[in-house]
Design a protein around this ligand. Structure first.
Ligand SMILES: Cc1cc2nc3c(=O)[nH]c(=O)nc-3n(C[C@H](O)[C@H](O)[C@H](O)COP(=O)(O)OP(=O)(O)OC[C@H]3O[C@@H](n4cnc5c(N)ncnc54)[C@H](O)[C@@H]3O)c2cc1C
Ligand code: SF4
Length: 486
């Protein structure tokens, strides 16, 4: 085990974030560069090697957390990186972006602050890249079988890497102009600098994966053509149809979906624009939706120089501590403060938007809202609480309802959908069309990067077995696996 007394002698410690006044002036990641390494070995040493490590179950990838904690504590960074890569293709993504359900399931967390697992994970992989130990792993032999992966988010990339390494010839098709899915154009640079993504894509290219950006399947290439060209297909097209808010004034200029706004900011960071076509500079910004996407809009608007940012949430404010009915080791709904919340903005809970108010030019200038209380699980307006707040830019960040229809892909392939509108699959990630599989948010519904990678790995195992008769690729989760919550 790691330090036998570490959990008694070492308090939990996180790396320092850069001062708010400094970091809102740029788009770089919020942590002080190099701030993690001096503390991380002792933090890893807090792992108790508790016998039944619930963190394994908390992590959808089944990361072997106590083993790499032990290796880090002993200074065997290369061994830790090997152990980490055995279960996770892209720890630099999860180590930065995962909400770390492993930590809320950590046994130490029953009566103390848990082990900072996610920080250990990112320290291991960042050091491995620095030390040059992350190498391309091309297959020794080719199978002669071809696979098309549609969508280049974390599920598509994980499936592609697994299948390429298993010897299949894999092409990843992406309709956007760059590879990466939401890692590229959803998640802002200040949460994960894109150099981490670019470096992985280069590794995958060196292993033999082919990338085809700018190819909209169903439009540029039909489903039939795809079926004729490839032995198997993995649909990793995400859950990109955004939930809308049908209230008066929705059509006013200045009211946008979050995913119409965030990609422009990311493209500006890539150097495609001098100023983002939808920009918050000098504006009163209202973000509707209290989740992570909303926080990403808040952090982006702050960096663009918004006059004010208000984030509205229909649900009541969660409690600061784990509520009694959400006991360890579940992933609790608690009040979380992201780096963007630390920087700026006001969060308003238990309110519902009733109308967008426009000026004479058809541009939004205000938003009407009312407070709500919940009756039988449904929000009910509280009489007499209606009010208007200034809003020059409104960003809808209310979640996603499933994969998009209408681009031909689902109809051309004749795919069945489940009752929630996601692409239906069986226990092997197979759709109703032979040879066509589905992974990630497209099958699961809107979720997290860690689930997308776990699904990509699992679907790759099924595809490999379909093409080769059997597979030794790992299969961390069945499609029905869900986070432990109440
Ligand atoms: C703004 C935002 C921030 C988020 N932040 C976090 C976070 O911090 N941590 C976290 O764990 N999760 C986060 N998530 C959720 C996470 O990003 C997703 O769960 C994850 O990316 C899903 O991966 P995926 O591979 O299934 O799909 P996606 O990443 O959505 O990728 C799907 C890709 O398929 C492409 N595509 C779709 N249709 C076609 C077609 N017909 N032809 C070709 N290409 C097509 C799309 O362009 C897209 O690039 C966030 C989500 C959003 C929207
Ligand atoms: S991927 Fe997420 S859940 Fe798994 S070990 Fe890393 S931070 Fe924890």
């Amino acid at each position: 085990m790691a330090d036998p007394r570490g959990f008694l002698t070492t308090p939990q410690q996180h790396p320092e974030r850069r001062p708010v006044t400094e970091r809102v002036q740029d788009w770089k990641e919020v942590y002080k560069p190099g701030g993690l390494l001096p503390i991380i070995s002792k933090q890893a040493g807090r792992c108790m090697d508790c016998g039944i490590p619930f963190c394994h179950n908390g992590c959808p990838l089944g990361n072997i957390i106590p083993e790499w904690n032990d290796l880090v504590w002993k200074g065997d960074w290369e061994g830790a990186s090997e152990r980490l890569h055995a279960t996770n293709n892209f720890p630099e993504f999860t180590g930065r972006l995962c909400p770390a359900p492993c930590e809320t399931a950590c046994v130490l967390g029953i009566n103390q602050p848990p082990v900072t697992i996610k920080n250990v994970e990112v320290a291991i992989i960042d050091r491995a890249w620095e030390d040059g130990t992350v190498k391309p792993l091309p297959p020794e032999r080719l199978s002669g079988r071809t696979v098309a992966v549609i969508g280049s988010g974390p599920s598509g990339l994980a499936a592609a890497q697994q299948l390429t390494r298993a010897g299949h010839t894999v092409a990843v098709y992406e309709r956007a102009d760059r590879i990466g899915g939401l890692l590229r154009y959803g998640i802002p640079e200040f949460k994960m600098e894109k150099r981490h993504l670019n470096r992985r894509i280069e590794q995958m290219r060196a292993e033999g994966t082919k990338f085809r950006p700018g190819m909209h399947i169903g439009v540029d290439l039909t489903g039939d053509a795809l079926l004729a060209r490839y032995d198997a297909i993995v649909l990793a097209v995400g859950s990109t149809k955004a939930r809308d808010l049908e209230v008066p004034g929705r059509d006013l200029a200045g009211v946008h979906q979050a995913m119409d706004y965030l990609p422009y900011a990311n493209k500006t960071c890539e150097g495609d624009y001098l100023t983002a076509p939808i920009d918050a500079f000098g504006k009163h910004v209202v973000v509707i939706g209290g989740g992570d996407t909303g926080a990403d809009c808040l952090g982006t608007a702050t960096r663009q120089g918004a006059a004010s940012v208000t984030q509205l949430e229909i649900m009541p404010r969660p409690t600061d501590e784990r509520p009694g009915h959400q006991p360890w080791p579940t992933y609790p709904m608690i009040f979380r403060v992201s780096s963007a919340h630390e920087e700026n903005g006001e969060r308003v809970y238990a309110v519902s938007t009733t109308e967008f108010v426009g000026d004479d030019n058809g541009r939004v200038q205000a938003l009407k809202l009312t407070e709500v209380r919940f009756e039988g699980g449904r929000p009910v307006p509280v009489e007499g609480t209606e009010r208007e707040i200034p809003a020059d830019l409104v960003l809808l960040a209310m979640g996603f309802v499933g994969p998009e229809r209408g681009n031909g892909l689902i109809d051309q392939l004749g795919l069945a959908l489940d009752e929630r509108g996601n692409i239906a699959r069986d226990a092997e990630y197979a759709t109703n069309v032979p040879g066509v599989f589905v992974a990630g948010d497209a099958g699961r519904g809107q979720s997290l990067i860690v689930w997308a990678i776990a699904e990509g790995r699992s679907a790759a195992s099924s595809v490999d077995a379909y093409l080769s008769g059997t597979s030794t690729l790992p299969k961390p989760i069945p499609p029905t696996a869900r986070q432990v919550t109440v």
